[in-house]
Design a protein around this ligand. Structure first.
Ligand code: ATP
Length: 345
């Protein structure tokens, strides 16, 4: 899906839209499974997945292509009917009370494409509020606050097509929130943004989570974004979760790190022997010698130093490189492919 989640033609009052059961997690997924096809062609896209997400948290959903992210998200958004399991949005079961449940959630998929570029920023908010079944006049104050929070007040009466890419992305986020959803799925929200706009958007997301208790499920190729903004990361592979923890804990749990060595003694033969003996992440030729980065774990750095010493390689510089989320991701998903977000097309 590259269009917004719309309210299936049923109207929902603002009060009903905000209906929650006290202290229920924003999102509770229990035993969800989905298999496509039959017999030999059957593919289990999501395999008995259960998790809760607390209100006001920002959670990254990662996984290589085909891991099952899209199917899981579609199951939550009501676009795929799971074979088994339950989904509750703010405590409301999507099967028992779909209208009230889906009023809690919205999705921004592939950023700015969702907005109507000829309409002004404010008109977009009113439009998306209406399609979410919420009378825009009744929530005009909330829209105004949203514009202020996202620093869009000055541009409220400007057509979206006349805004910068970063601004457009913020309008998309505002449009998603305009219908009163408190749980939002954001697919690649920083795609195509420059560093500064990306940081601004990340700051806004953090603020919405902290100040407004908005719950965000985020997918992104950009591991820096995930590391910076997410309280928690879920990593999927083959239909199940292979990791579910805070970025900090995930990084602490890995033993893998890099060692960068610069030496003028490196030549072709030595570099090729090194590549046979160790996992070499990168080689940068210098004249003379080279700078290499070797991936290792535990006491591996000592093995590397011994290996270099026995071949008369004198390191001029040695530096360890702390593991990043990307290293961990590749490790956990068997280095299958690059991480991707849950593109819902
Ligand atoms: N409608 C469908 N019919 C048949 N198989 C499907 C269907 N949708 C998904 N699949 C299969 O289910 C598995 C999981 O796909 P899914 O799209 O959920 O993964 P993903 O993690 O979102 O991947 P990507 O990052 O490439 O979008 C894949 O093997 C895919 O081919």
């Amino acid at each position: 899906m590259s269009e917004r989640l719309e309210q299936r033609g049923e109207s929902v009052t603002p009060d009903e839209g905000r209906e929650t059961e006290s202290r229920a997690p924003a999102l509770a997924v229990d035993g969800v499974s989905k298999t496509f096809g039959d017999g030999e062609d059957a593919v289990t896209a999501v395999d008995d997945v259960s998790f809760d997400i607390e209100s006001g948290s920002i959670v990254g959903l990662l996984g290589p292509n085909g891991a099952g992210k899209t199917t899981l998200i579609k199951s939550i958004l009501g676009m795929v009917l799971p074979d088994e399991g339950t989904v509750r949005l703010n405590g409301i079961d999507i099967r028992e009370r779909p209208r009230a449940a889906y009023a809690q959630v919205d999705a921004m998929l592939e950023g700015a494409r969702n907005d109507y570029w000829r309409l002004t920023v404010r008109e977009n908010l009113r439009y998306f509020s209406t399609v979410a079944g919420v009378d825009p006049d009744a929530v005009a104050n909330q829209h105004q606050r949203l514009l202020e929070q996202l620093e869009l007040t000055d541009k409220a009466d400007t057509a979206v097509r006349d805004l910068s890419r970063g601004m457009k992305q913020k309008v998309s986020l505002a449009s998603v929130l305009a219908g009163g959803a408190s749980i939002v799925f954001l697919d690649e929200p920083t795609l195509g943004l420059d560093v500064e706009s990306s940081r601004t958007l990340q700051t806004e997301l953090r603020r919405l989570a902290t100040e407004q208790d908005i719950t965000v499920v985020l997918s992104s190729h950009d591991m820096d974004v995930i590391e910076t903004v997410c309280d928690r990361v879920l990593i999927m592979s083959d239909g199940t979760f292979v990791a579910d923890d805070s970025v900090e804990e995930l990084l602490r749990s890995t033993d893998v790190y890099g060692v960068r060595v610069v030496s003028s003694d490196f030549d072709d033969d030595l570099l090729s022997a090194l590549q046979n003996a160790f996992e070499v992440r990168s080689v940068e030729r210098l004249s003379p010698g080279a700078r290499v980065e070797v991936e290792t774990e535990g006491d591996g750095i000592y093995e590397l130093m011994d290996w270099l010493r026995t071949r008369d390689v004198t390191p001029e510089r040695v530096r360890t490189v702390e593991p990043g989320l990307e290293d961990l991701f590749l490790d956990l998903t068997d280095r299958a492919v690059q991480p991707t977000g849950g593109s819902l097309e």
